[in-house]
Ligand binder design. Structure first.
Ligand SMILES: Cc1cc2nc3c(=O)[nH]c(=O)nc-3n(C[C@H](O)[C@H](O)[C@H](O)COP(=O)(O)O)c2cc1C
Ligand code: SF4
Length: 378
């Protein structure tokens, strides 16, 4: 453990939330809900197992805040008291395990009734173009985020994460590529961030000190100068801090550029480290990221360099829930190492898959016929 002195330092988020170490489970939608977004039994089993795996804190997968928006037919929703009550057991388990658990609040984007949805014919397609939204629609989105946060407060969630990344609604506002508005919701970076800042202010006003608010912030779209990149966030990060956020998790890529980040470790790491370093110069908020980190040695080096305050793992933990605990105990040889093929991400849109699987995790190995299909169409 002495090799990981930076990783093992406790960290405080906001006034009250203390995580025992600086490693987090990055939000992963396992798609273990029914068609109205209520969790199935496997949902609880997975999160309990992950919470026992050594990370200091983590997030439940993307909970949709809009009754009409769901990424897949099996993703989580937080849109009613019923949905909130469904999550009580997982937060009770988290409390028992002394694991600071947050719920990620998500809106996938604007419905586009003029385009076919290639993945689900029964639902409208989603567009990242936010230019045609009316003022009323934008206000309704802000209300939905606030209502979902109040539901999370109602069940005692100690943290939440606002998803403002990866090409979904809030990051579509942030990016100059998808936000061509000329009113107060577009134009300058601060105007493009206005919807996020409004959501933060509303939630902070209701939550006071009862909840730590993380922002999953898009720091690079992967489109070069045409898209969003971290330098545009110089004033935005200051406003995010002033509006009530407690921490930032940096994120990169949108649907068209995910492969570039998820498949190229050096590139993803370089962009994420540069962005975290840049943001840390502008804010006192703790800043972290998950970007293809495959060992605690690599994670420790990032913290030791000062580039980030905490680090996250997505696929390393999908592959082995106890990856962190095993590495901390010197049992690296017992880790089911991720193959970094990102097939788990393909499961989300694969008609033959009814959940997210893994190539190496024996708890949910991908059925052979799907695995073979992926290998044949790399
Ligand atoms: C199968 C899968 C599902 C994911 N689901 C979400 C999600 O629901 N919300 C989110 O913000 N990020 C999601 N991500 C992104 C991860 O949180 C993480 O940012 C990304 O995988 C990079 O971390 P890694 O390189 O350690 O995997 C998902 C990633 C994978 C592979
Ligand atoms: S499916 Fe592949 S990339 Fe995803 S976690 Fe498993 S081994 Fe890693």
């Amino acid at each position: 453990m002495s090799n990981f002195t930076n990783l093992m330092k406790p960290i405080t988020f906001g006034r009250n939330l203390v995580a025992p170490n600086r490693m987090y489970f990055s939000s992963v939608g396992f798609d273990l809900c029914d068609s109205i977004g209520r969790p199935l039994p496997e949902f609880f089993e997975i999160y309990e197992s992950i919470m026992k795996g050594g990370c200091g804190f983590g997030f439940l997968s993307n909970a949709s805040i809009d009754p009409t928006s769901q990424y897949t037919d099996r993703s989580l929703k937080l849109v009613s008291h019923l949905h909130a009550a469904d999550l009580l057991p997982v937060f009770k388990t988290a409390k028992k395990l002394n694991f600071p658990l947050g719920v990620q609040l998500q809106h996938y984007g604007v419905s586009d009734n003029h385009q076919p949805n290639l993945f689900n014919a029964t639902k409208p397609a989603i567009t990242d173009d936010v230019s045609s939204l009316t003022e009323e629609q934008i206000i309704a989105y802000i209300d939905h985020f606030h209502e979902a946060a109040c539901l999370a407060l109602e069940i005692g969630a100690p943290a939440l994460q606002i998803h403002a990344a990866n090409g979904y609604l809030l990051s579509s506002f942030l990016s100059p590529r998808t936000n061509r508005r000329t009113d107060r919701w577009g134009g300058t970076p601060l105007n493009r961030a206005r919807i996020l800042l409004e959501i933060l202010r509303r939630i902070r006003l209701s939550a006071h000190d009862r909840m730590a608010i993380f922002v999953r912030l898009q720091v690079d779209d992967g489109f070069g100068t045409e898209g969003l990149h971290v330098e545009q966030l110089e004033d935005v990060i200051v406003a995010i801090e002033e509006s009530g956020a407690d921490a930032i998790t940096c994120a990169t890529g949108v649907a068209d550029t995910f492969a570039k980040f998820l498949g190229d470790r050096e590139y993803a790491m370089m962009v994420s480290r540069n962005a975290a370093r840049f943001l840390k110069r502008k804010t006192r908020l703790p800043v972290g990221f998950a970007a293809n980190i495959d060992s605690l040695t690599a994670a420790e080096e990032i913290l030791a360099s000062g580039d980030a305050d905490f680090v996250g793992f997505g696929r390393a933990i999908i592959a082995d829930h106890h990856f962190v605990r095993k590495e901390l105990s010197g049992l690296s040889n017992e880790v089911n190492h991720c193959l970094w093929d990102s097939y788990c991400l393909r499961d989300k849109k694969e008609p033959l898959a009814d959940r997210v699987f893994c190539c190496v995790n024996p708890q949910y190995l991908r059925p052979q016929h799907i695995q073979v299909k992926y290998q044949e169409n790399r």
